[in-house]
Design a protein around this ligand. Sequence first.
Ligand code: 13P
Ligand code: ZN
Ligand code: NA
Length: 283
Amino acid sequence: MILSTRQMLIDAQENHYAVPAFNIHNMETLQIVAQTAVHMRSPLIIAATPSTVTYAGADYLVAMAETAAQTADIPIALHLDHHEDIKTIEEDIDAGFSSCMIDASMLPFEENVEKVKKVVAYAHRYDVTVEAELGKLVGIEDDVTVEAEDAVYTDPDNAADFVERTKIDSLAVAIGTAHGLYKGKPKLDFARLEAIRSRISIPLVLHGASDVPDELVEKAIALGICKVNIATDLKIPFSQAIKKYFADNPSANDPRQYMTPGKEAMKKIVEHKIKVCKSAGRY
Ligand code: 13P
Ligand code: ZN
Ligand code: NA
């Protein structure tokens, strides 16, 4: 059975590691993250943005995640990542998603609070966990684009107020990471992360973890991050390996053959990210 993220994030918080949330797009990418997590005995969050739900279909995603969870002896959650539309979230919860992120971070504080409260009221009826974001991450993530000048870091005092009023289960923080790749080396505001951690008790989430040096992600986990979101670092090797396969085999036309090197390339990076999260061998 797919589970909410409640128990797995509490365990991560208590034991100072992070649960990886891998963005998937189709059966192949879902299989790779599930098989690798099972093999390494890591808890897993399978994440789908609105574009992924539109592309693959909520029912298919739920069925595939349920199939993965049926035989897995690790906890698996199926999570709606960066969803902005309340009605769509409710429909996807009805379809079987076990966790969601309501991203109202672009709204003024009070409107963010009101929107998140509505999602929490619905989701908690079905024991579905809710993540929300305060502050704004730079970069492009499928359906969300934020320019550098519009980025806002999470304010620790607002964060405490936000968590208390919304009753969310986890909080995504903006501390200097960005969606996608970085122009230079990312600078993370660890003092801010510590200040946020000291003011609120629920699990904290790091978005934009692709292209962040491992040691910075590890430090963020040591300072209280319990969920790490990874998308771009998986997409690139998957696509590169398939491109190479076509370059080497220009007449290839069998998806089972050209997808396979993509899956193998993705498996390696998933293994590496699980190590960085220190989530292997927990179950
Ligand atoms: P990256 O693409 O930088 O890994 O960001 C992933 C993310 O935050 C998904 O919500
Ligand atoms: Zn994100
Ligand atoms: Na990133």
